[in-house]
Ligand binder design. Structure first.
Ligand code: IPE
Ligand code: IPE
Ligand code: MG
Ligand code: MG
Ligand code: MG
Length: 305
């Protein structure tokens, strides 16, 4: 990769290449450290406590994608850290609302009671709302050139909203009561919004920060997002709640058309494999430097939670 010091952000060498296990732990600790910086140390504010609770205990896959794509463009965790927490805030908000009684009505998330079970529905709605706002505040406050912050914010707004996660969630909920089960193309459309959009944004974020070509990471994020939701649908059938950390068997109970209901378990696994191969192939422009992202793609379809 040519080293362009266009923004004064890039380092002359890329940060150390970590293996995926180390990088995931690093992403989790960056999120924890960044969160500690933001939240006051008080236990008397239920809104703040609910936000911190919802942020804790996830895999931090989206945060890892931000940090790793940033590293690939010579940008370290000092600059990318707040952006990686931003996507974890946005994601945590999406999960709080996804679990509400008016949505999937789930009691268990990341092995703990969901936010509306631990507190109540109004705290869950408001903690989700506040996490979404916080995500944009974090991007705005990151020590990045203004045009980069604007590009990240615009992309995040689209990925989170009507043409992204929220729009996908709407289609997903409506599909539960649809007379005709969804076709494969329709399921891909749902997933592209509800899961794919935030994952694509995370994968592209490093190239956006480096003001470099985003196209390879966009394709990578696209394939990874699809594979991620296929794996989620498979875990809903094959996983057990204790390991997965959330209720399983929900999709079939809701009569939901998923990749598994349409392709069968073996067909869904084959499709996920193909997507991971495609995701890895499009990283060839980055050479061996992208090995961690290749391992991340493999992890997405072998994970147990
Ligand atoms: C779960 O996402 C929701 C989906 C989009 C399928 P993750 O599996 O990344 O959840 P956490 O953050 O690790 O709990
Ligand atoms: C939700 O998909 C994706 C989000 C936008 C949160 P699911 O409803 O399948 O996610 P889980 O299985 O509850 O984590
Ligand atoms: Mg859902
Ligand atoms: Mg759900
Ligand atoms: Mg699911």
């Amino acid at each position: 990769m040519p080293m362009v010091h266009r923004l004064g952000l890039r380092r002359s060498t890329l940060g150390d290449l970590m293996d995926f296990g180390q990088a995931l732990k690093h992403a989790q600790s960056v999120a924890t450290i960044e969160a500690l910086r933001i939240f006051a140390d008080t236990d008397s504010d239920p809104l703040q406590n609910a936000m911190r609770y919802a942020l804790a205990g996830g895999k931090a896959m989206r945060g890892l994608l931000v940090l790793e794509s940033a590293r690939l463009h010579g940008i370290g965790a000092d600059l990318a850290g707040p952006v990686s927490l931003a996507i974890e805030c946005l994601h945590a908000y999406s999960l709080i609302h996804d679990d509400l009684p008016c949505m999937d009505d789930d009691d268990l998330r990341r092995g703990k009671p969901t936010v509306h079970k631990k507190w109540d529905e109004h705290t869950a709605v408001l903690a989700g709302d506040a996490l979404q706002s916080l995500a944009f505040e974090l991007v705005a406050d990151a020590k990045l050139p203004a045009e980069v912050s604007v590009a990240l914010s615009r992309g995040l707004a689209k990925a989170a909203g009507r043409v992204g996660m929220v729009g996908g969630q709407m289609l997903d909920i409506r599909a539960e009561t649809a007379v005709e089960p969804l076709t494969l193309d329709q399921i891909i459309e749902v997933q592209n919004g509800k899961t794919g959009a935030l994952i694509r944004w995370s994968a592209m974020a490093g190239a956006v920060m480096g003001q470099e070509d985003t196209s390879a990471l966009e394709i990578y994020g696209d394939r990874l997002g699809l594979a991620f939701q296929i794996a989620d649908d498979i875990l809903d059938v094959e996983g057990d709640a204790e390991t997965v950390g959330k209720a399983v068997g929900k999709d079939a109970d809701a009569g939901k058309a998923t990749f598994v209901s349409l392709l069968g378990l073996d067909g869904a696994k084959r499709r996920a494999e193909t997507l991971v191969t495609e995701a890895c192939e499009c990283l060839s422009v980055y050479g061996d430097d992208a090995d961690c992202l290749r391992q991340a793609a493999r992890f997405v379809i072998t994970r147990q939670s």
